[in-house]
Write a protein that binds this ligand. Structure first.
Ligand SMILES: C[S@@+](CC[C@H](N)C(=O)[O-])C[C@H]1O[C@@H](n2cnc3c(N)ncnc32)[C@H](O)[C@@H]1O
Length: 215
């Protein structure tokens, strides 16, 4: 768990969140028990607010996990028509996500894809109004370059965990094999900052979010 954001603030932000329904609480519990990563609750709430504000019709998620954030994006707001494509590389998580989509009664609006997002994104034929990226952090620059041509004008791109436990801020890494990942995420943030067709803001929520809008 990142200590970049003080615990006192995180606890307060989480105390101020609305109640999650039974299915979401069950998935949170399962993720905790089975060591499955999912968005921080305050990040999930932010995601829902962004989705409600933008009302995207086509959403792409990179990194399904067992479907928690997909359900948040699919169920928030007043039921405008939306469709979510979500990609997961892990077979067991993919199967559990599919069951959770049935339980949440959103299977008709979610297209779950099993495989490596690096291979799958270039095969997608739709364009997207909203993209949530939450998968292998070392692959973020690759995902970004492949997602970029699919972004509609005014599309929003939300990327999770861009602080990487604070390593990206300090440019430190606990072990040598994490160096490439940290450098790649920092490079991606530089790319977003300088990109003439993107307006980007970094938000200190959870483990850090990069939020961009295509101009
Ligand atoms: C942080 S979890 C996603 C959590 C999910 N967004 C949520 O909040 O419920 C990241 C997921 O990305 C998946 N993943 C990692 N690398 C991937 C890749 N190259 N392509 C697709 N999925 C990948 C992992 O298996 C993992 O389940």
């Amino acid at each position: 768990m990142s200590k970049t954001i003080p615990d006192k603030l995180t606890n307060f932000l989480q105390m101020m969140l609305p109640e999650r329904n039974e299915l979401l609480r069950k998935i949170e519990q399962e993720c905790q028990e089975d060591y499955i990563p999912l968005v921080a609750p305050e990040t999930g709430q932010f995601l829902q607010v962004m989705v409600e504000a933008f009302k995207p019709k086509r959403i792409l998620e990179v990194g399904t996990g067992i479907g928690y954030s997909t359900i948040l994006m699919a169920t928030t707001g007043d039921g405008w028509e939306r469709h979510i494509t979500t990609i997961e590389i892990d077979t067991t998580r993919y199967a559990r996500a599919c069951q959770n989509f049935r339980d949440a009664q959103i299977a008709d609006i979610v297209n779950p894809l099993l495989g490596n997002a690096s291979d799958i994104i270039p095969t997608l034929t739709d364009n997207y109004d909203f993209v949530f990226m939450d998968a292998a952090k070392g692959q973020y620059p690759d995902f970004f370059s492949k997602v970029w041509p699919l972004l509609n004008s005014r599309a929003m791109l939300v990327i999770d965990n861009v602080f990487l436990n604070g390593w990206v801020i300090d440019m430190t890494w606990p072990e040598r094999r994490k160096k490439t990942m940290v450098c790649r995420v920092r490079d991606l943030l530089e790319t977003l900052k300088k990109h003439p067709e993107l307006a980007t803001s970094l938000i200190p929520l959870g483990d850090g979010l990069a939020v961009s809008v295509r101009r």
